[in-house]
Design a protein around this ligand. Structure first.
Ligand code: SF4
Length: 349
């Protein structure tokens, strides 16, 4: 029986070092390999000139350096680019490249589908198909970095695409280590953001393991409202999430981002804003309001602009920094809550 070859992109540097040592090679070979993959973008062992020929041959027999190529790339009128990647088992995931003034943000997926089932989210409607491997998470970044549509840098990575990153804890953690390592993809910890629906034990564990930025998908100021739209709230109620935020280490001048999807008649009234201001008191946060991006089959609508402004001003008057997210890529199904991993008009395998 053929042995499955190891994908070296599944390993952060410290695991590559252990693997190389087990092969009887010096540890520094792992560093050379890590640099060749991420700094030089090598995709085959034979082109790694710092390796002796025998090692190149040996590695190519037992391992691969994987990559992802999109099946479809769609560009929105506002310059947002959606990459639809087909995985080795035929399933599809999406990454979204968002242009800002002079730099890009990439929103990446961590699962095919999602088990959390948030009521307003198209990915949630798909259900959970599988976790992505570390390599599949990292390769979305590797591809985008090499195919930027203009000469602006890729500055921010947000784990906010398909899936709940903390449900795929181990592979997400390894991917983040590769994203942050100076010999890997070299992103600043301020520029890598994990978005979570509030899986409290994993939040606390991840915050101890790596220094990253956090976006918490709160979407409601009380359990009654949150239970209606975020089923995960029944496992980890609001109070537990807010207590976790108080315990998580945060460097000076850093704040948690509170994500709040505004849904007409559900969570967007004045009293919701007042309650939100009250429950967040004492926690270093900034608030990002996201008027719903409606999608076909959605039971929810965004509130009217006046209601959105009142919501924002109420929080601002209470002393919070509040932004309203301008949804980008809505015309190509790339905006928040619109990712379903399907090519135009197709199905996800
Ligand atoms: S909003 Fe995020 S956590 Fe909720 S179902 Fe969608 S992808 Fe999953």
């Amino acid at each position: 029986m053929l042995r499955q070859r190891i994908d070296v992109k599944n390993y952060p540097l410290e695991e590559l070092e252990i693997w190389m040592t087990k092969l009887g090679e010096p540890r520094y070979r792992a560093r050379q390999l890590f640099q060749a993959i991420y700094a030089q973008g090598k995709t085959d062992f034979f082109s790694i000139s710092t390796f002796p020929k025998t090692l190149r041959q040996r590695l190519s027999e037992m391992a691969v350096i994987s990559n992802l190529t999109p099946k479809e790339t769609i560009t929105s009128q506002d310059g947002t680019v959606k990459f639809l990647f087909s995985l080795s088992d035929g399933k599809c995931i999406e990454s979204v490249l968002i242009p800002h003034d002079g730099y890009f943000t990439l929103c990446i997926s961590t699962q095919v589908g999602c088990a959390q089932g948030c009521r307003f989210c198209l990915t949630g409607k798909m259900g959970f198909k599988r976790h992505l491997t570390t390599a599949e998470i990292v390769n979305q970044v590797v591809y985008a970095k090499r195919h930027l549509p203009r000469s602006w840098p890729l500055r921010n990575i947000v784990l906010m695409g398909m899936g709940e990153p903390l449900h795929n804890y181990e592979n997400t953690l390894k991917a983040i280590k590769i994203l942050l390592h100076p010999l890997g993809l070299g992103f600043s910890h301020r520029r890598v953001t994990i978005s979570t629906v509030g899986l409290v034990p994993q939040m606390l564990k991840m915050a101890q393991a790596v220094n990253v930025s956090w976006a918490i998908s709160l979407h409601a100021p009380d359990d009654e409202t949150r239970n209606l739209i975020v089923p995960a709230n029944r496992r980890y109620p609001l109070k537990e999430i807010l207590n976790a935020l108080k315990m998580m280490p945060l460097p000076p001048r850093k704040r948690f981002t509170i994500e709040y999807v505004l849904l007409k008649d559900i969570n967007s009234r004045l009293e919701h804003a007042q309650k939100l201001a009250q429950v967040l008191r004492g926690i270093p946060v900034k608030i990002n309001l996201i008027p719903l991006n409606p999608h076909p089959g959605s039971n929810f609508l965004p509130p009217a602009s006046e209601e959105i402004l009142v919501f924002q001003q109420t929080l601002q008057k209470a002393g919070y920094t509040v932004t309203i997210r301008q949804s980008k890529g809505a015309d190509i199904g790339a905006a928040c809550g619109q990712l379903d991993g399907r090519p135009e008009g197709g199905e996800n395998g």
